[in-house]
Design a protein around this ligand. Structure first.
Ligand code: ZN
Ligand code: ZN
Ligand code: FE
Length: 759
């Protein structure tokens, strides 16, 4: 050994397991002629290196800069060590419970190397739909326990053949310790059935499925995180049949195309969107439609956008190589239930919808829906954070204890915390039925297991009737922390931005239980971690019929009109009154005046719904927020004008709705184009809240504004408020890591509980 030989020990933490980290270290060591060892231990990856001083420095630099794409180093500690005179560099046996403190990788789309092999007729894995390596393939969805080793995954049923085993054992091979490694000879297989469970004999089930799709059939396809229901997106009849069988009347359907060029046939793709589409997370990306385009109008009716994605499993690539513009790939479930993951369950629940089933025998242990993102105002915005991103934690700016936060009700997620990490679960769904509630419980138990977290604190929503609240209250021997919904929204935004309070929080959404028992949703809060003060809100109006008013926005319209003009508002010439029976309107007015089943709400989401109905966009909806969404879609963004607004000043400012309603009604009666009215309404909301923020800044000396809540899925409101607030020299923080909708509140709940319990 050379006389200038030095030695160092490196301790590395983060996502460094199952992502090709040790082979990377091994190759780096041979590049720089470094001797020593690398091992997984209970405190992360430990590396001992010996070599020339310059080489050691290069090694450490490359380690930080060139680490594998799926790894995420959160901490590197380097200590001087004693030269032991190693003769080689080797990968040592794992020490202890190796994966306990290291993080698990999410599921990863097939990598370019595997893709080349997949379509290379000379490769032994040619067209093998389960090809993978250390850089790609299933992870989170096939793990049942830690450490992440093959016997703890659903690959345990498949014994590797000699060739696969040799790859697995060779540190120089890109399949070294790739836990799901497999081939045609030893791995999982595909099979095709009809909906009577009769096996369709075929040499090539994927090709056969492609033919059936071409003929207009609906095929249920087992994927990575669950089943999809697929049809040819260019076949209008097939798309309509799928919609009617699935009872999914109008909600947009996700589509998948083989490459960006195919997507460009029907949608505009900006460079940032292309990057998102191609990222290994492979989310559904919301893209502006091209007009005209070759796809069925029923894919995404009355919507300016398509939700499109690229293939992420080898199976998808093979299927889409059969010349489709796009396939509809919507979640394999019945309306709002969780998606099917196992074959039996799929046959049971989907045989009324699908004509054929393309299944395989690699089990999915934890379902994970496709993630949905949109690029707005210069950032990625999550509408659903799930497959491909879970279980990568949100890295916090402080250490917190072990906490479970149960989330809300719609678009529910849960959150578990440990040290600097907040692990938000995949999308669980709307917690309104038994099946989803069971999935919610299963997710909590599974995450506790694989993350090794045993929470002693549980955070939950204030709403007494949410299933998530009831779950929390049933738990024994834990401290329970109730958290207000809109408070949680704002703290969630602060947490992902690694900021502590106080901030001015604009918390805008459809519904959330207020501290006074009313339904809040158009709130400005002053938020200081575990505390908040209500600084302003929309005036309360009744929601006639409660839940029914969410499904029938015309009821909200009646309520706002009643609020503005009194009970005889029917004299106005509005499209609404031509479509809804007089007697029904009268009945609603009576409910309002007699306060029968009419909880009060200050929700901005409902206000959007009500305005949509007043303008004549729609009176009833098929999914929550549909009317508000269509109001956004029709807005003429070049519109300059706005409506008057005012508020009553006080300890808590109260925003009047009458001036805005009057302005809208006048325009409707004057025959102004609805797209102009919508534009003016959006401008009004932006102007109103930025002006209110200035007043609140003066009163409280705060300059930071956090934007959170489902309303910020509206791109016009999000971009408009960011721009306007920045012009007024506010510091604006928004969501780019977790959803702004209720999928993000579990994070806020956890952080509020952490703050509340640390004092
Ligand atoms: Zn690969
Ligand atoms: Zn094999
Ligand atoms: Fe919300």
């Amino acid at each position: 050994m050379a006389y200038d030989c030095v030695a160092k020990t490196l301790n590395i933490n983060g996502i460094v397991q199952g992502v090709g980290f040790r082979p990377f270290v091994y190759q780096l060591a041979s590049k720089y002629e470094i001797k020593g060892s690398v091992a997984n231990t209970s405190s992360g990856v430990v590396i001992h290196i010996e070599g020339a001083k310059d080489n050691i420095e290069s090694f450490c630099r490359d380690l930080a800069e060139k680490s594998p794409p799926l790894s995420h180093i959160t901490e590197t500690l380097i200590h001087p060590a004693i030269v032991k005179g190693f003769k080689e560099f080797f990968i040592a046996q794992s020490i202890g419970q190796s994966a306990c403190s290291t993080l698990i990788s999410p599921d990863v789309s097939i990598c370019d190397d595997c893709l080349k092999e997949l379509f290379n007729p000379d490769d032994r894995r040619f067209h093998y739909p389960f090809i993978n390596c250390t850089n790609c393939g299933p992870r989170y969805t096939i793990i049942s326990d830690i450490p992440y080793d093959r016997p703890k995954t659903s690959m345990k049923h498949f014994k590797m053949c000699k060739m696969c085993q040799a790859e697995y054992d060779d540190p120089g091979n890109r399949r070294f310790h790739a836990q799901p490694n497999a081939c045609e000879k030893c791995g999982p297989h595909i099979d095709l059935f009809d909906n009577k469970r009769k096996r369709i004999a075929s040499q090539n089930p994927i090709e056969k499925a492609a033919q059936l799709l071409k003929q207009g059939y609906i095929v249920a396809i087992k994927g990575l995180g669950g089943f999809h229901l697929a049809v040819d997106a260019a076949n209008n009849d097939a798309v309509c049949t799928l919609r009617s069988r699935k009872h999914r009347e109008e909600k947009p359907l996700a589509i998948m195309s083989c490459d960006i060029e195919h997507i460009r046939k029907y949608a505009h793709v900006k460079p940032e969107e292309e990057e998102l589409l191609k990222s290994f997370h492979r989310p559904i990306v919301i893209l502006k439609k091209k007009k005209p385009n070759p796809l069925s109008k029923e894919v995404s009716p009355r919507n300016r956008y398509f939700g499109a994605m690229l293939p992420y499993t080898p199976l998808h690539y093979i299927l889409l190589s059969h010349d489709f513009n796009a396939l509809v790939m919507t979640s394999g479930n019945i309306s709002e239930e969780p998606i099917c993951i196992d074959n039996e369950d799929a046959f049971k629940r989907l045989s009324e919808i699908a004509d054929y089933f393309l299944v395989h025998n690699r089990d999915i242990y934890l379902r994970s829906d496709d993630s949905i993102v949109k690029h707005t105002a210069g950032q990625t915005r999550f509408m659903r954070r799930s497959r491909g991103y879970i279980p990568v934690p949100v890295f916090l700016n402080k250490k917190v204890g072990q906490i479970l936060a149960c989330g809300g009700e719609l678009k529910s997620t849960v959150c578990l915390t440990k040290e600097n990490n907040a692990f938000i679960s995949q999308h669980i769904g709307d917690l309104e039925n038994q099946a989803t509630y069971e999935f919610f419980q299963l997710t909590i138990n599974h995450m506790k297991q694989i993350l090794d977290i045993n929470p002693k604190i549980i955070a939950h929503d204030l709403h007494p009737d949410y299933l998530s609240t009831r779950y929390a209250l049933e738990q024994e021997d834990v401290k329970k922390v109730p958290v207000q919904h809109h408070h949680a929204h704002i703290v969630s935004c602060m947490a992902e931005n690694r900021l502590d309070g106080p901030v001015i929080g604009l918390s805008f959404d459809g519904t959330g239980y207020g501290t006074d028992g009313s339904m809040w949703g158009g709130e400005i809060l002053i938020v200081e971690d575990s505390e908040f003060k209500r600084a302003a809100h929309l005036s309360y109006v009744p929601m006639p019929g409660g839940e029914a008013a969410i499904k029938q926005p015309w009821r909200m319209a009646a309520s706002y009109l009643c609020d503005a003009f009194g009970e005889d508002f029917a004299g106005y010439n509005l499209p609404l009154f031509g479509q809804i029976d007089d007697s029904k309107v009268k009945f609603i007015v009576e409910m309002i005046s007699k306060k029968i089943n009419s909880p009060l709400t200050s929700s901005l989401g409902r206000f959007f719904d009500g305005i949509a109905a007043i303008i004549g966009i729609r009176n009833t909806v098929f999914f929550e927020g549909q009317a508000a969404m269509e109001l956004e879609m029709m807005s003429d963004e070049k519109t300059k004008g706005s409506y008057n607004f005012e508020w009553a000043s006080g300890e808590t400012h109260r925003i009047f709705l009458k001036p805005i309603i009057s302005g809208v009604v006048n325009d409707v009666e004057a025959g102004v184009n609805p797209s102009i009215i919508s534009g003016k309404f959006h401008n009004t909301i932006i102007a109103l809240f930025s002006e209110l923020c200035e007043v609140i800044r003066k009163e409280n000396g705060l300059n930071r504004v956090a934007l959170s809540g489902g309303v910020f899925q509206n791109s016009i409101i999000l971009s408009g408020l960011i721009k306007e607030l920045k012009q007024r020299e506010f510091q604006v923080i928004t969501h780019s890591l977790v959803p702004t909708n209720d999928g993000g509140i579990s994070l806020g709940q956890a952080m509020i509980a952490a703050a509340a319990c640390s004092v």
